[in-house]
Every structure is written in C-alpha cells, then in structure tokens.
Write a protein that binds this ligand. Structure first.
Ligand SMILES: Cc1cc2nc3c(=O)[nH]c(=O)nc-3n(C[C@H](O)[C@H](O)[C@H](O)COP(=O)(O)OP(=O)(O)OC[C@H]3O[C@@H](n4cnc5c(N)ncnc54)[C@H](O)[C@@H]3O)c2cc1C
Length: 387
C-alpha cells in the first residue's frame, strides 16, 4: 500500500494546519466553556474548501480524495473535535451520501449550499430507544397522497440545532427491522419539526448536539433519498464514509495532547533543567509519539478506497500558497529541550532502545547532512511529526 503524499495532499494538509492554528486554536477554550463554537466557522470551512472535499466541482465541491479528507479532519481534530464533527456530519454523512445516492434534483438543490457552508446538514438516525440497534428505529413515515407524514424523536444529532436539512431515517412500511427503513431529506424549517440543544456533554462540548422531535412533519415523496425500504443501507454506507474522519479526528486529538506534553516538558524545569532533558520523560514522550504515528498510519491505511477523483479545486491550493509565506520549519518550532528528541524503536520483549541521538536505530531519522532530507518525514508520516 502506497501512503506517500502527493504534492496536492501535502498542500492541503499544510492549509488545514494553518487554518486550525489561525481560526480554531485561539478560540477553543472559549468555545468549550460556552458550549458552542462560533457559527462563523462554518462559512470559513466552506470558503477554504473543506466542506466540499471529495465532492465534484459540478456541485460546488473541492474534489480531492479520501486521503486528503482524512488529513484535513485530523488537523481539525487537533484543533477542536467539535469543529471536526461539523465537517464529519455535514460533509461526511450528508453531502457525500447525497452525492452518491441522491437524485440529480436533490444534488442540485442541496450540494452547492452544503459544500460552501451556506447550509449545514445533520444525520438523524439515533433515537432515544435505538442507538447501536439502529435497524429497529421507531420513527414512522406514513404515505398520504403524494406526501409522507413523519412522527418520531431523534436523539444526539450533531449539528441538530444548526442544520438546514436532516438526512432522516424512518420506518415507512410494516416490514420489521432494517428492511422497513427509508431515508428522507427533510428541511429543518418544515412545520412540526422542533429542536432542542443538549447541554452538559463531557466532550465535544462546542458541538451543537440536539434532540429533534417530529410531529406530523409533511414532506413530498420526492424528499425520499434512494428507494423505499433501502434506508438502512443508505445509513450504513454513509457511516462507512463518515467513520474514517472520526478516526482521523481522534488521531488529531492524540497529536494535540502530545504537542501539549512536549511543550510543557520543554518549559517545566526540575533539577536545573527542562524535564524534557530527563531520559525517562523522553521515553514517555517517544512512546506516545510511536503510538500516535501508528494510529495515523492505521487510519490512513484503513480509509475508504477512492475511485478516480478530480484534482483538488484550485482555490484550496491557492489559499495554501498564500498562507504558507514565512512559515517556520517544524524543527525550529520545537522547544529547545526537545530539539534533539528522537524516536526510539521497540525491540523484542517490550524494551525500548536508542533514545539518544547518534544511536544506530535513529540514523534513518536524522537529516542527511548534505540534503537535509529526513527519511520518513518527507513521506508525510515522519516519526518526528510530533515535534
Ligand atoms: C456527541 C454525540 C454525537 C452524536 N451524533 C449523532 C448524529 O449526528 N446522528 C445520529 O444519528 N446519532 C448520533 N449520535 C448517537 C450515536 O451514534 C449513538 O450514541 C450510538 O449509536 C450508540 O447508541 P446509544 O448511545 O443509544 O448506546 P447503546 O446502543 O444503548 O449502547 C450502550 C452500551 O451497550 C453497548 N452495546 C450495544 N449493543 C451491543 C452489542 N450488541 N454487544 C455488546 N455491546 C453492545 C454499547 O457499546 C454501549 O457501550 C451521537 C452521539 C454522541 C454522544
């Protein structure tokens, strides 16, 4: 499996890093305390093209592949998983499903807004009584002439109070289990649909997670996405497309935690030197670095395969070129105490080896004295990516 990053993928990752450092990182604490991210972030995500990744330009998308999508969602997770969740749901679950399964009319109606950030989408599968066992959902859609009338409650819906459209799953036939489920695109302004934000979450606190109550919500039959009775397959294929971004976002969280630990170890002094210069602390940090890189590689290797994709849209790459001017190298950004930190390797028996610069096992990661090239790092998955 080739995990080498193309020029384009490297560029989009840099763009995402800069975006996170500029637009998200300075606000994270305030958003977490307020239990709400600034809604303006959605428009910004759209402007930079992140809400249109993998979607064809014809529908307002930014092109690119699932690897680029994972790179962006990792960076967003590093900044704030609540923001990552907006993208994972509005793009990953809703827009991508529309692009794959929607009618031409549905695509033209919803995709340009969702990919630009003018509109937000949410995914209504879970109910108070059915979480993991989603095939047994009880929300009902009853045919009435040319319409369906929907009644039920959806729970823990990401973007729920912000969304303009919900990809909703309801039982439309008497067939029990997952075969009776049908997918609908329901505008959230439809009479009978009410929403309540759920507060007091332990994590993802800035994310607008909501309960949706549907009382005699009437939608035309043309709101059905895919065929009647095939909604469960729509839901499962959507989740298969969306989950990789959750995994990538978790790698981003782990990376952020590691960055914080590295920063602190470079600042905090004990016994007359930064604690980063104590060998045991170096071992702890390098252990975490190995685990984060392993999780990253596993996520990228396990991402959904791509069909041939259009190149990333020009605006994504142009944006990145402008923002990269004057950027310092990652090595220079490392705290002095950790500039010489190098990765160790695991050896049989669970021991670790070669934590000191100059040890044989580290040679592959030292910059080549002539070219400055670091093995691994230029492939985009360098073991020093944590520093
Ligand atoms: C922050 C947040 C955002 C969310 N966003 C959305 C969203 O946008 N859209 C949406 O539809 N849903 C959303 N969800 C709901 C999420 O998908 C459900 O929480 C999930 O499906 C689990 O359902 P549940 O919470 O009802 O737990 P349950 O299904 O009741 O599970 C309870 C426990 O039992 C375990 N369990 C269940 N079945 C089995 C089994 N067969 N074998 C062994 N163990 C089992 C589970 O692992 C869990 O530990 C969100 C949830 C959260 C917390």
């Amino acid at each position: 499996m080739n995990l080498e990053l193309s020029e384009e993928q490297t560029a989009v990752r840099r763009l995402a890093r800069d975006f996170v450092d500029r637009e998200i990182a300075p606000n994270v604490v305030a958003w977490d305390r307020a239990e709400e991210v600034d809604r303006a972030i959605v428009k910004k995500l759209g402007e930079v093209g992140f809400l249109g990744l993998t979607i064809d330009e014809e529908y307002g998308g930014s092109g690119g592949d699932h690897l680029a999508y994972c790179l962006v969602t990792e960076e967003l997770g590093r900044g704030d998983s609540s923001v990552r969740g907006i993208v994972s749901v509005s793009l990953g679950l809703v827009a991508k499903t529309l692009a794959a399964r929607g009618s031409e009319e549905q695509k033209r109606r919803w995709l340009p807004g969702l990919t630009s950030g003018e509109l937000v989408g949410c995914f209504g599968l879970t109910e108070p009584g059915t979480g993991s066992d989603a095939g047994n959902l009880t929300t009902r859609a009853v045919r009435d002439g040319d319409d369906y009338v929907i009644n039920g409650t959806k729970m823990f819906i990401t973007n729920g109070t912000w969304a303009d459209v919900v990809l909703l799953f309801a039982r439309s036939t008497d067939v029990p289990g997952h075969k009776g489920v049908t997918a609908f695109l329901v505008p959230t302004g439809t009479p009978g649909l009410t929403r309540r934000t759920i507060h007091g979450k332990l994590g993802l606190r800035g994310q607008a997670t909501a309960e949706l109550v549907l009382e005699d919500v009437r939608v035309p039959a043309s709101a059905m996405l895919g065929e009647e009775g095939k909604g469960f397959s729509v839901a499962m294929s959507a989740l298969a497309k969306g989950r990789m971004s959750v995994a990538a976002g978790c790698v981003g969280i782990a990376q952020a935690a590691l960055d914080a630990a590295v920063r602190y170890a470079g600042e905090r002094e004990q016994f007359g030197k930064p604690i980063a210069q104590h060998q045991l602390v170096q071992e702890l940090i390098s252990d975490i670095a190995v685990d984060v890189d392993a999780a990253r590689l596993l996520t990228l290797a396990g991402r959904r395969p791509d069909r041939p994709r259009a190149p990333l849209r020009r605006r994504v790459l142009q944006g990145q070129a402008v923002r990269l001017g004057g950027r310092r190298t990652r090595r220079e950004q490392r705290p002095p105490g950790l500039r010489r930190l190098r990765l160790h390797r695991r050896v049989p028996g669970g021991q670790t080896a070669a934590r000191r610069p100059g040890d044989d096992a580290l040679r592959g990661h030292e910059p080549d004295p002539e070219t400055g090239h670091r093995a691994g790092a230029d492939r985009g998955f360098g073991v020093l990516s944590t520093t």
